[in-house]
Design a protein around this ligand. Sequence first.
Ligand code: PLP
Length: 373
Amino acid sequence: MKKIYLDNAATTPLRPEVIEEMMLVLQENYGNPSSTHSFGRSAKTILETSRKSISKVLGCAAQELIFTSNATEATNWILKSAVRDLKIERIITSKIEHHATLYTVKYLQKQFGIEVDFVKILPNGAIDISHLVQLLGKGSKTIVTLMHVNNEIGTVLDIEKVGRICHQHNALFHCDTVQSIGKTEFNLHELPVDFIVASAHKFHGPKGAGFAYVKKGILLQPLFYGGEQEKGLRAGTEAVHQIAGMAKALELCYQDLESERFYISDLKMYCQQQLQLNFPDIKINGEDTFYNILNVLLPFSEEKTAMILFNLDMKGIAVSRGSACQSGSVKPSHVLAEIVPEEDLKKPSLRISFSHYNTKEEIDALIDGLKGI
Ligand code: PLP
C-alpha cells in the first residue's frame, strides 16, 4: 500500500540532501565544538557556518541566533526570561496560540503573578488588531506573544503591522514563526520583532534542532546552567549534525521557495475545489489562510468523528483532526473552539497540510477515502 502523508504542519519529511549532510557530519565531524583540538575546531566551524547560513536567509546577524533543541524550548526560554530578567509585568497573547506558548504563559501567571490579557479572535480566525491596540493602551511593562501562522487553521498574522503597534506602545514582541520559517520570506533586520522561534522538523530538517532569534541588545538570561555554549545562554553540547541539517534544510527551502510555494498553493486549491465538489456542505475553517494548511469542517454526523482518522489511516492516508482524541473521547481543539459555532464543534474537522512532495493523485485518494466513510 502506498502511504500518503498530508500532515506537514505536524512535521515534514527530510530532504535527501539534509540526510546526506547530517550523515557526513556524523561520520566525519564528531568532535565536541568546545574542544580546542582540530576535531573540536572543525565541529565548531560547522556550527558557525550553519549559524551564518541561517542568518543570511533570514536577514539577521549570526549572533542574534541561539540554537535550541526545538521551538518549545526557545519559547519557554524567551517568555520565562522576559518575566524574570526583563521584569515584564504583563503578557498579551491569544487563545489560539500553540500550547508551547499558552502553557508557558499559564505557568508564568501562576508562578510570578503576572497579568495576562487575551486578544479577541475574529470569526474568521484573525487577531482583532483594534482590541490589541486597546489592550496596549494600559501602562504596565508588556510582552506580546502572537503566532505568525496558526498551526491548526493556517490564519496569518500581519507581523509587520503588529510589531509596529507593539513597539509604538513600548511592548516587546515575540512571534512564534514555527509554521512560516522556510515557507515565506523574512528580513529580520527590518521586521519589528524582538524574538522569533523555529523548529527544523517543520521545514524538512531533523527533529531535535531549533533556534531562537533574539534581537541585538536584548539581554536574556539562560533557562538552564552549565557550559559556555551559545555564549552561555544555552548550556549543553550542541547537536552539530542536527544543526548542520537544519541549516541545509533552510537553505534549500529558500532556494526553491517560489516554485514550491506556487506548487503547494495549487495543490491546496485543487484539494479545496475537490472537497467542495464532492461534499457541497463542507465549511472551511479560517479565512485567507497560509498556502500549505487547509482546515475543513466535514458535513458528516458527530458519530463519524472518531472514525474518520482511523478509516483514513487504514487506507494509509495521514491527515490530522482539528480536535484531539483522548482515550476514546473527542476533545474539541482549543483553536476551533474560538471560531467554530458550538453546534459544529463536535462535528469532524480535518487539517490537511501539504508539502512539495504531495501530488494531485494523493489528493484524489484522500477524496476517495473520505467518500468511502
Ligand atoms: N508552535 C507552533 C505553531 C507549532 O506548530 C509547533 C509544533 O507543532 C510548536 C510551536 C512546537 O514545536 P516543537 O514541538 O518542535 O517544539
